[in-house]
Design a protein around this ligand. Structure first.
Ligand SMILES: [Zn+2]
Length: 389
């Protein structure tokens, strides 16, 4: 009961700074109970008294304004991309306190080598933020078994059955960061974490689909405010939805998957840019902005395929919004027109409204933000576990 009330009080203050009296009024708890719970949260470093609205200005008066502490426990996030690594720290309010990114081609590298580099970035990010991370969460481009800290398969990295949480702890110890190696480690799929970041930070409705270009094509489906995980945690593989049954062979073995029309390799091929290295999203955006006809046609084609797949998802799930995230967010201007046309033509249950389709403000920062913010959200949801009861 006490743990539940700690969460109730902290949740209220997390929604916006407020006084003890206001917390009592909105939770229905007595003022005395709220005061005692607030003392506990203050002692655990989760809250601060930001302002003093009581006339006499004394600490601990019912009118003092309470806020989440910016010096309290933090969330440490790490990201393994096919072409980059990144690490960040967010404080309890979800504000980014440090962010480090390194461009590095990870395709075909061993997990140990990649995790050694990532451990170094995590150490730097934690050092720069100067906070105490309460947990570490990792965004990876592949199928994961979260509870076991395992990557079941990451085709774009060439990895299978990697105990990534265990190996990351070893790498953190080797990098001289034993305090980080002792943290609980969560492993999540990058597309799912990108979708959750969109839900938590961009004010998305309780039902939406998030489509993102990352290593392949990722998607996250949020239904009733919950990420749709599926029976084994692999839901949302929209990149392998069939767009054309007789289309090109996909890496997954099937033909005509969305990825064969709107994935990185396919779009670059259609744009006549096969084999270019580096930041393909930035390259396409630059060429498209310059009016390159081949690039514009390639992006229009990708938008058509995305619209066909998204229409299937919309007809199936009836979401309130469809969001283009990850790398697609930077290409939205050129993808949206054809995507909208397909949605308008194919969504049946209700007339399609263009305002339902939008571009993520988080873009390629989404997955790492989702990882780090997830850590602090778990503390806010269950402060008793953090404070030790
Ligand atoms: Zn496929």
């Amino acid at each position: 009961m006490r743990w539940a009330n700690l969460a109730l009080v902290l949740g209220e203050i997390a929604a916006g700074p407020c006084s003890r009296a206001a917390v009592a009024a909105s939770t229905g708890l007595t003022r005395a109970a709220v005061s005692s719970l607030v003392e506990e949260l203050l002692a655990a470093g989760l809250l601060t008294e930001a302002g003093r609205s009581a006339p006499n200005g004394r600490v601990g008066r019912p009118g003092s304004e309470l806020r989440l502490s910016q010096d309290g426990p933090a969330g440490l996030g790490g990201e393994i991309g096919v072409e980059h690594l990144a690490a960040c720290v967010v404080d309890l309010r979800g504000e980014v306190r440090s962010w480090h990114r390194r461009e590095v081609g990870n395709r075909g590298r061993s997990p140990a080598a990649v995790l050694a580099d990532l451990a170094e970035l995590l150490r730097l990010a934690a050092e720069e933020a100067g906070l105490h991370p309460a947990g570490l969460a990792l965004a990876v481009p592949g199928l994961v078994r979260s509870a076991e800290g395992m990557i079941e398969g990451a085709a774009n990295l060439g990895w299978a059955e990697v105990p990534v949480a265990t190996e990351l702890r070893l790498a953190l110890r080797a990098a001289g960061a034993p305090e980080l190696a002792a943290l609980p480690v969560e492993v999540g799929n990058e597309a799912n974490l990108g979708g959750l970041a969109e839900f938590w930070l961009a004010g998305r409705p309780d039902d939406f689909c998030h489509l993102s270009a990352e290593a392949g094509i990722g998607s996250a489906i949020v239904i009733g405010g919950q990420l749709l995980r599926g029976a084994r945690g692999f839901a949302g593989e929209l990149g392998h939805l069939t767009v054309w049954p007789d289309g090109p062979r996909c890496a997954c073995g099937a033909r005509g998957c969305l990825e064969q029309y709107a994935g990185e390799t396919a779009v670059l091929r259609a744009a006549g840019l096969t084999g270019v290295g580096g930041d393909w999203v930035a390259l396409l955006a630059e060429r498209a902005a310059g009016g390159d006809r081949e690039v514009l046609a390639a992006l229009a084609g990708a938008g058509t395929a995305l619209g066909i797949a998204a229409a299937g998802a919309v007809n199936l799930l009836d979401p309130q919004a469809v969001v283009l995230g990850g790398g697609y967010a930077e290409l939205g201007e050129w993808l949206l027109p054809t995507m909208r046309a397909e949605l308008a033509a194919r969504v049946t249950a209700r007339p399609w409204d263009d305002s339902w389709l939008s571009v993520s403000p988080l873009g390629r920062r989404g997955p790492l933000l989702g990882a780090a913010v997830g850590v602090v959200r778990r503390i806010i949801a269950d402060p008793g576990a953090y404070a030790g009861g």
